[in-house]
Design a protein around this ligand. Sequence first.
Ligand code: PLP
Length: 425
Amino acid sequence: MPTAYELMSDQELAQEITRLEAEAERLRSLGLKLDMARGKPSPEQTALSHPMLDVLNSSTEMDDQGVAVDNYGAPDGLPSARALAAQILGVDPKNVIVNGSSSLNLMHDLVCNAFTHGIGGNKPWSQQGKVKFLCPSPGYDRHFKVTAHYGIENIPVPMLEDGPDMAMVKRLVENDPAVKGIWCVPKYANPTGVTYSDDVVRKFAALTPAAPDFRIFWDNAYVVHTFEGEGDHLLNIFDALAEAGKSDMVYEFGSTAKVTFPSSGIAFVTASSADMAEIRAAFSVMRVSPEKVSQLAHVRFLKDLDGIKVHMEKHAQIVRPRFELVQEKLHAGLDGLDCATWSNPHGGYFVSFDGPKGSAKAIVGLAADLGVKLTPAGATWPYGRDPEDTNIRIAPTYPSLEDLGAALDVFVVAVKLVSARLAKA
Ligand code: PLP
């Protein structure tokens, strides 16, 4: 569909560009310094968890169901923390390890372990020639960086309305033994906000990979990060695997990074019993035992899944108005111009925005020029290469509502001016 700018006469378009350039100059003169790049909670949100700092003190008994909290031991994590993580992911606590403060770190360690030591008795990936990973795109840049870091070839797979393009996933996974894994964010995906449909989850569970050492990296980072009520429904991948008579195919991850404190939360991983035995063996070389004081604080503070839901509702009250403002400003500024589409997620941390072909780098550049920092264009694609140069990730949680509104006003002008200039070209 042509943009409104493409439908204008040469004279109308020239006038509109002049008008938008004047508007851009006015914004530049304000000397703004705003940031819509960072997918992190605002200070108001992290303040919600400050009371967690008071739940432990020198009188607290350092015991969790017979496990010493203040010493080495319990390599799988505290029993109560494993139970909490199991509730969050809807799995059996015996298959959960709670370890460290970053789920990305756990993902990295498992890619590294597969690369150097292999999975399920197969040769290490590093000894199998070219190996590949599927990357639903737009997706999370740090996932793509992990596999790229090991020289694994990242292959983009289109993200559709209900999850990755499963016809393509099936074709690649079932026919190419070099395909060893796929990055998935199944709920409120980064950045599209898509929650995978039951059909997509079942199609994942029904895969018959050509490679016996293929694993789905199911990063359920936003499982409890809902804006309103119960939020989107996501079918439990392990239930779908059981239904399909499959096992040993999924590593699932989560963390409380955006529940309590980014980089100071608790992180966890679950998989089949056989996979967990392998993961335990690998972790036992990498670390003695996890940081259990933080685990105890988390359990005392959050208590259980109901406690987490109450806490996440407090987050929702802070983030919901920001996401509403994004929709309001984008609709007010861009409706009727047919130059952009964007997501309207029910949870998570991002809005995914697509402008005209060949516009994203220019929009991000112009916005920066006018004082608004955005995630670099291309970051949502493997190797930073967005083939159509359309996608921009908007991260509305960190700025105040006032700053966010001002940043979105700049963004809208940048989108319009770049789209108008493209129509002229
Ligand atoms: N996974 C996804 C999809 C994310 O968006 C993020 C952070 O933005 C992370 C993982 C990082 O989680 P952690 O802090 O637990 O490593």
